[in-house]
Unconditional design. Structure first.
Length: 157
């Protein structure tokens, strides 16, 4: 956990570089990364210079901590990036290109705005749990409490 905090601080520091620009969809919120347990999602513009900046931060992290990225377990995803740039990103990162949309923790990740259809598996999962309780002898207040707890737990997961 401490290691991920250190990586997060390095990525936040990277944003101070005047040459750094956020991914267009992340700029308003200032998001460069998301971490969950030992997973890290990195976001930047689909430009070689910005990818190199991210790789510099990863290399600094590796040199400091001794933890090394396994390129076989990493992928990069692009939206609206030409083939030549994708090829260069693959060459400098050694990561395999993945295809969008991809599911991460049950939620689709894509370069486009998500619509209601993308959330159907999550909604179906919640509804399946609720249907199971209908057969139980819960009071209305008990059902509401169970629904709230389960929805919150599923969404947080």
């Amino acid at each position: 956990m401490v290691m991920m905090e250190y990586l997060s601080r390095l990525l936040v520091k990277m944003q101070l570089d005047p040459n750094f620009n956020h991914h267009a969809k992340c700029e308003k919120l200032g998001i460069t990364h998301l971490t969950f347990a030992n997973d890290v999602l990195l976001f930047c513009r689909g430009d070689i210079g910005y990818v190199e900046k991210l790789l510099e931060v990863i290399n600094q992290f590796s040199m400091t901590t001794g933890l090394v990225v396994n390129p076989r377990k990493c992928k990069f995803y692009c939206g609206g990036v030409d083939r030549e740039t994708k090829s260069k990103i693959q060459e400098i990162s050694s990561f395999v290109e993945g295809q969008l949309p991809v599911r991460y923790l049950g939620v689709p990740v894509t370069s486009k705005k998500l619509n209601a259809n993308h959330y159907l598996p999550l909604i179906d999962k919640i509804m399946a749990r609720i249907r199971h309780w209908i057969s139980k002898l819960f009071s209305m207040a008990g059902r509401i409490q169970m629904v709230n707890c389960t929805i919150t737990a599923i969404i947080q997961f």
